[in-house]
Design a protein around this ligand. Structure first.
Ligand code: SF4
Ligand code: SF4
Length: 433
C-alpha cells in the first residue's frame, strides 16, 4: 500500500535541539575535512563547487586490515559529524543475487554498522525487492538470499529489513524537489522511516545504466517494485534479428513473458509487457539485445537520479563505494563475469555524485585485464608488452563502461544529478593511508 509522505517526514523531529542533524550531508563535507594527501582532479561542472572524496587503496600492511582502513576512511571523511544519537540508520546495500560472488562481503557492512553503533545510532541493513526473475523479488526470498550470502545478525551485528515489505508494495510516495521528469518517487517504507541514510555500494559496470555506484544503489535500489517499473519505463530493449540464434535464453530470464519467437525462431520483445528491467540484455551471449542509444539508458538514468534525490533530501546521508571485483554487469545476476580491471580501493564522501565520478575516473584510468569481456571487446591482448589490452597506455583515455555496454551513457547520471542539485561532479580526492 502506498501513502504520500509529508515533505520532511519524521526527520523534522530532529531538525532542532540536541538531535539536530545537518540538512544536506555533502555540504558538510566541504567544510574542514581532513586528509593526509590532497589532490585536485575531475572536471568542474558549471558553477559547481568541488566536493571532497576520501580514498584508501587496497594495500594493507601486516597488522592492518582493509576493514581498519575503511573505518579510518569514514572518520577522516567526517562521518561523526552526523548526529547518530538514537537514530535509525538505514545502511543501503545490495545483498547479491545468490550465485553472484562479486557483491560486497558482509564484513564491510559490519564495519560500517559498528561505527554507527559507536556513534550512538541504530543501524539496519536494507534493500528493496527486485522486478525480475530471481531470489530477491519478495521479502522472504530476499532475506534468504541475504542470509545465504552471509548478511546475518551474527556476522554483521545488525538486522536485515527489506525496505518495501513482503511483496514489494510497502512504499511511501515521496515528493521529488525539482524533479524534471517525475514529481514523486515510490520508495520502500523502511528506508524513508530511517533518520540517517548511508549507502554502501559495490562499484561495477551495468548493462542498462553504464555503471552501478552510489546513485544507482540509492535511486533504483530504494524504489519499491512499482517505483522500479516507473524508473525503467522507456528503457525497453530490442532484438537484432540478424544476430539472434533463437537459443531462448533471454525468454527464460524474462519475468514478464514479454519475449516471443517468430517462425524463424527469432526473438521479439513486446513493449506492452516489458517493464524494461534490462535483465535480458546481459543474458544474451550473442549481443542480439540492446537498448536504443537514443533515450532509454538516459531515461532510466535520469529517473533513477530523481529517485535518489527523493531518498536523500531532508536528512543526513553519507556514502561509501568499494571498487573491487569490478564486474561488467550488475550484482543482480546470479553469476558474475571476471573483473574487468584490478581492484582499486574504497571511496567515501558526503556527496554521492562526486563519489560516483571519482570511482568512474579511477576505473577508466585503470588498466584493462586481458581475457575479460572488456579485454575481448577492445580486441587486443597484452602479448607480453606490459601494456593494457586497450592500448591506452593506462592514461584513462578510454571509457571502459561504454566499451563494455555500448548502448549505455553513464554521463547522463552525473549530468542530471548535478543539474538537480544532488551533488557535484567535481571533486577533490583526499588519500588516506
Ligand atoms: S538470448 Fe539472444 S540469441 Fe538467444 S533467443 Fe534471446 S535474443 Fe536470440
Ligand atoms: S523483455 Fe527484457 S527488459 Fe523487458 S521485462 Fe523481459 S527481461 Fe526485462
Amino acid at each position: 500500500m502506498s501513502e504520500t509522505a509529508k515533505p520532511k517526514k519524521a526527520h523534522a523531529a530532529h531538525a532542532s535541539g540536541k538531535n539536530e542533524r545537518p540538512a544536506r550531508g555533502h555540504q558538510a563535507a566541504k567544510d574542514g575535512a581532513k586528509g593526509t594527501l590532497h589532490k585536485k582532479t575531475g572536471q568542474k561542472g558549471a558553477g559547481a563547487e568541488p566536493s571532497k572524496v576520501y580514498f584508501t587503496d587496497m594495500r594493507c600492511r601486516i597488522g592492518t586490515s582493509l576493514l581498519d582502513k575503511l573505518d579510518k576512511l569514514m572518520l577522516a571523511a567526517g562521518v561523526e559529524r552526523i548526529n547518530f544519537q538514537n537514530a535509525f540508520v538505514a545502511i543501503k546495500i545490495h545483498f547479491g543475487e545468490p550465485g553472484n560472488l562479486a557483491f560486497l562481503r558482509p564484513n564491510f557492512a559490519k564495519t560500517v554498522a559498528d561505527r554507527v553503533k559507536k556513534l550512538g545510532g541504530m543501524p539496519f541493513l536494507t534493500d528493496a525487492n527486485t522486478l525480475y526473475v530471481g531470489r530477491r523479488n519478495n521479502a522472504l526470498l530476499h532475506m534468504d538470499a541475504a542470509y545465504e550470502n552471509g548478511f546475518t545478525p551474527l556476522s554483521t551485528g545488525c538486522h536485515v529489513i527489506i525496505a518495501d515489505g513482503l511483496k514489494g508494495a510497502d512504499e511511501v510516495e515521496v515528493p521529488i524537489e525539482g524533479g524534471v521528469h517525475l514529481k514523486t518517487a515510490r520508495i520502500g517504507r523502511a528506508i524513508m522511516d530511517a533518520d540517517v541514510f548511508i549507502s554502501l555500494n559495490h562499484f561495477k559496470g551495468h548493462e542498462l545504466t553504464g555503471f552501478g555506484g552510489a546513485i544507482k544503489n540509492i535511486g533504483m535500489g530504494s524504489g519499491s517494485r512499482a517505483g522500479k517499473m516507473i524508473m525503467h519505463n522507456n528503457g525497453k530493449p530490442r532484438v537484432a534479428h540478424d544476430k539472434c540464434v533463437g537459443c531462448r535464453t533471454c525468454a527464460r530470464y524474462c519475468n514478464q513473458d514479454a519475449i516471443t519467437f517468430n517462425e524463424e525462431k527469432k526473438a521479439s520483445i513486446n513493449h506492452e509487457l516489458c517493464v524494461g528491467c534490462g535483465r535480458c540484455i546481459a543474458t544474451c551471449n550473442f549481443d542480439a539485445i540492446d537498448t536504443p542509444w537514443e533515450g532509454s539508458s538516459d531515461d532510466v538514468n535520469i529517473r533513477m537520479v530523481e529517485y535518489a534525490k527523493a531518498v536523500l533530501d531532508g536528512r543526513p546521508n553519507f556514502h561509501i563505494s568499494v571498487v573491487n571485483h569490478v564486474s561488467p554487469n550488475c550484482d543482480c545476476h546470479g553469476e558474475n563475469d571476471a573483473a574487468i580491471i584490478p581492484d582499486i580501493g574504497i571511496f567515501a564522501s558526503f556527496d554521492p555524485v562526486a563519489l560516483d565520478k571519482a570511482c568512474i575516473d579511477a576505473v577508466n584510468a585503470a588498466p584493462v585485464i586481458p581475457g575479460t569481456v572488456l579485454g575481448d571487446k577492445f580486441g587486443k591482448q597484452l602479448e607480453g608488452k606490459g601494456e593494457p589490452a586497450c592500448g591506452c597506455g593506462g592514461h584513462g583515455q578510454h571509457d571502459h563502461f561504454h566499451v563494455v555496454h555500448p548502448g549505455t551513457n553513464w554521463r547522463s547520471q552525473i549530468e542530471h544529478a548535478e543539474a538537480l542539485g544532488l551533488g557535484s561532479g567535481t571533486y577533490e580526492l583526499v588519500t588516506i593511508k
